[in-house]
Design a binder for this molecule. Sequence first.
Ligand SMILES: [Zn+2]
Ligand SMILES: [Zn+2]
Length: 153
Amino acid sequence: MQGQATPESTKPLMIIVPRAQTTLSTALHRAFQNDATVEVTVDRRVTERRGVADTVHRQRERRRRPEVHPDLTAGRWIVVARPSPSIDVVDDRMRAILFLCCAHHAIPCQQCQNTYRLGWVQRLDQAHFACPLCRNDLTETVLAHAAGCQNFS
Ligand SMILES: [Zn+2]
Ligand SMILES: [Zn+2]
């Protein structure tokens, strides 16, 4: 219930689609149009500065800089997660909510360029999650989902 958040900053996951991939971007937009956790956006290449709040997010992000990501150049979409400071580890309660209430919610896997329901995501151990197909580590994506999903508010 944070009051005056801008639409762009409210979703903790962002899928950035290469500008040339219009069919793909339409499909992804449709897949996540009613989703509170994933924003689908088209790569603009021109970097926009969104102010101080975004700079803080960038500092928290250890790696990826979307505007220079090689996958975008290769025509693949990328996932950018903005982890919430309040949710940084998966505990028992969270795990239960994820698999009981969020089972039908979708999260993206950048590595295999697909989206999966949380009910299908593999549990590596108590606190880590992986893609059911390519085994890519999706823990950060799951945490970001929890940060934006109503089931956790
Ligand atoms: Zn959810
Ligand atoms: Zn995958």
